[in-house]
Design a binder for this molecule. Sequence first.
Ligand SMILES: *Cc1c(COP(=O)(O)O)cnc(C)c1O
Length: 426
Amino acid sequence: MDAVLKIGGVPVTELKERYGTPLYVYDEEKLLHQCRQYSQYFSCDAFDTEVLYASKAFSCIEMLRLVKNQGLSVDVVSMGELFTALKAGISPDRIYFHGNNKTLEEIQYALDNHVQTFIVDNLQEAYLLVEEMKTRDYVLHVLLRINPCIEAHTHAYIQTANIDSKFGIHLESISQIVDLIQTLKQSNHIVFDGFHAHIGSQIFEKEAFVKEIETMFSLIDTMQKKGILCNTLNLGGGFAVHYTNEDQPIPISVFSSVILETCQKMQELYHTNIQKILIEPGRSIVAEAGSTLYTVGFIKKTPHKKYVFVDGGMSDNIRPSLYQAKYEADIVNHMDQKKTEIVCVAGKCCESGDILIDSIALSPCDSGDLLMVYSTGAYGFSMFNNYNRNLRPAVVFVKEGNSRLVVKRETLQELVRGDVCDEDPV
Ligand SMILES: *Cc1c(COP(=O)(O)O)cnc(C)c1O
């Protein structure tokens, strides 16, 4: 084995030299592969299908361009994500706007840009849309977000469909659902297409999706009996990825066919008229393609631990501190050495909880070595924060031995660009 790890054919030492650390590194071929897998497997004869990339997992212009070129659509949850998608040249009819508390400003911005589909979360939003569409002359499509109340076995913070979830309308609140759809129908510029549900994230069980589909078709059937017809069902995202060796995600090919076959079965059972099935993978497109490269700084022994400190931490990857997310890592300039040391990989932020990996076997390392944490491609960069006024790392894409910068490292000047100084009154 080579001593120095290569990503996309580029040695990590070269990445460090050229771009510095910490550095988000994406293997472009892996990103493309995931997009292609979704396009290939999430399709069938019985339904039209559409794969929406949940851009909150990792959004920057170059990533969204890649997604667009692969023929995927995009979902966004804020004005910032929408702006990024538009900047990347994504057509507004391939953009889906989510959110439980879209502000008036965001709603108007989305409508000004003719975003084609809103996933409406609640009745107040429906009223607002009806009001706004009075002065506009395009047709807005709407899906209604339902809380299907499915317990997926995942961390409480990334569960979204428990009974008191803040997202969507509980599926048993039939009169609320009917009210909302009737409200939308007051506008002849709004078309109600159907329902959306999203049951959580990092889900390993196919059964959870089967249950979701059964639940949603049963609702569609109930609505049909009340004279409310649906043609579209959006099943959300949440497909699990590999973070550590304990994780065994279901291949895209497998859950795609389970989902589509279950939909077909339910369609036959209930004699419904769903024409289009959507899914919204975020994490599973980007997580494994991304990793974070750090430089080892100081090393400290305490009575019971050995710490390896790196030049980043919870500012570039908050997931371990936020919900005990687990990762694998290596000393990537010593790949040929045995992993003989059990260490704690900690960041440089002023929080005891700023631990990236609590306990991991690594090869012996010293200050100046390179440590790479794998599978950080989802919700790493996108959850970056400036805690301790750490600068946002750069993002590079690597492919076939070449690397290219897609997001520049933040500078000190950019860090204070919004700060108002005494000498510089507003
Ligand atoms: C976060 C989210 C997704 C993507 O979830 P992943 O776990 O990243 O696949 C999809 N749809 C909605 C509504 C979401 O909130």
